[in-house]
Design a protein around this ligand. Structure first.
Ligand code: PLP
Length: 390
């Protein structure tokens, strides 16, 4: 039996998404820029509808959505593009210690270009304190970037509070909301974000397509410096022929997600996650939660299991149970997750950390299978690493 509990890494395509995409991989192959003929017109109409649907999921207007190749590109366009465009006004950016590399790296690039970047820390619970963001602001701050829901520990950050302060001070506010959109209600007005990154493949859509939300009446009304220049698609902010099948899939995924959220999907997934946690704690001794239980993404559980190294455990599960070790980040270079480090966790917690990401198609029997398999694997791992008797 294969069980997929790694929905922070990616999600399976919803069957409705696949069905919506297929015609656009076949007979509906037109280029949405070629609006002189019906082939192009059909493609344009499909893209327009997808734009409406993605916008509607986050309470935005269709004209505020720029399609990209994924959230990595969206984050880069936001951070580098806005930083460079505003460099004449100020060269200070505020972000946090628990961002995804798609934000961390462009911040480093800006530093090499002469910017200062302040990385606000987090509590041991994995939460940013808005007061720390306020304290980091300077007269030359041009951009604040805060991850909405962390991709490791799943903690949901105080986006609306930080947004309010940025709005008051006239500072542009970006949020990487990749892990939040489609999983919890997200509304760009309630959150007071000016710029937001989204990715289709984290919400049962296809890989290689994402979006940047760009508020129409943002202040200052800066135009991000484009990373890809060419034919001027997406208002010149992202040139290149649009990935029509991907965008159509993204739109359908957004439509389905909106419906699923209204229909109680988050509550169902939260109940599964709570069952998983309760059973793990009952069956295995030495289980500790990492990060605050609330506010947290409903499908996320993040634990450390004493005396059971995560990599070894995952290997001993034989590859059929998809989990992630909190420490297996290529970027970390063996030092362990920068997120867990920022939370102040010691080595033994960092290297025994497991991330579970539950999603739309998971079931109670799957939870039970995973708990059983993990309990056995922990026992075996501990027996192997225990000093031999006598
Ligand atoms: N930001 C966060 C928080 C993520 O979890 C991810 C995906 O892992 C990304 C950005 C990058 O998204 P994409 O795979 O669409 O480039």
């Amino acid at each position: 039996m294969r069980v997929y509990f790694d929905h922070h890494a990616t999600t399976p395509l919803d069957p409705a998404v696949l069905a919506a995409m297929l015609p656009h991989l076949g007979e509906r192959f037109g280029n949405p820029s070629s609006v002189q003929h019906v082939f192009g017109q059909e493609a344009r109409a499909a893209v327009d509808q997808a734009r409406e649907r993605v916008a509607s999921l986050i309470g935005a207007g269709a004209e505020e959505i720029i399609f990209t190749s994924g959230a990595t590109e969206s984050d880069n366009l936001a951070i580098r593009g806005i930083g460079r465009a505003l460099a004449g006004r100020g060269r200070h950016v505020v972000s946090t210690a628990i961002e995804h590399p798609a934000v961390l790296e462009p911040c480093r690039t800006l530093e090499r270009e002469g910017f200062d970047v302040t990385r606000v820390g987090v509590s041991p619970e994995g939460l940013v304190d808005p007061a720390d963001v306020v304290a980091a602001l300077r007269p030359d701050t041009v951009l604040v970037s805060l991850i909405a829901a962390n991709n490791e520990v799943g903690t949901i950050q105080p986006v609306a509070e930080v947004g309010a302060v940025c709005r008051e001070r006239g500072i542009l506010f970006h949020s990487d909301a990749v892990q939040a959109v489609g999983r919890i209600p997200v509304n760009v007005d309630a959150w007071k974000v000016d710029v937001m990154s989204l990715s289709a493949h984290k919400m049962y859509g296809p890989k290689g397509v994402g979006a940047l939300y760009l508020r129409k009446d943002r202040r200052p009304r800066v135009r991000p410096q484009p990373q890809a220049e060419g034919g001027g698609q997406e208002k010149g902010l992202r040139s290149g022929t649009l990935n029509v099948p991907g965008i159509v899939g993204f739109g359908e995924a957004a439509r389905v997600a909106k419906q699923a959220l209204a229909g109680g999907e988050a509550e169902r997934i939260r109940a599964l996650r709570d069952r998983l946690l309760a059973e793990l704690i009952t069956r295995i001794d030495g289980v500790e939660m990492n990060g605050a239980l609330e506010p947290r993404l409903p499908g996320n559980a993040h634990i450390s299991i004493a005396r059971a190294e995560a990599e070894t455990l995952i290997l001993s599960l034989g590859g059929t149970i998809a989990l992630s070790s909190g420490a297996a980040c290529a970027e970390a270079g063996g030092k362990g997750s920068h997120v867990l480090r920022a939370m102040g966790l010691p080595d033994d917690r960092v290297f025994t950390a497991l991330r579970f990401g539950l999603g739309r198609y998971n079931t109670e029997p799957e939870v039970d299978v995973v708990v059983e398999a993990l309990a056995r694997a922990v026992k075996a791992t501990r027996e192997r690493s225990a000093p031999a008797a006598s």
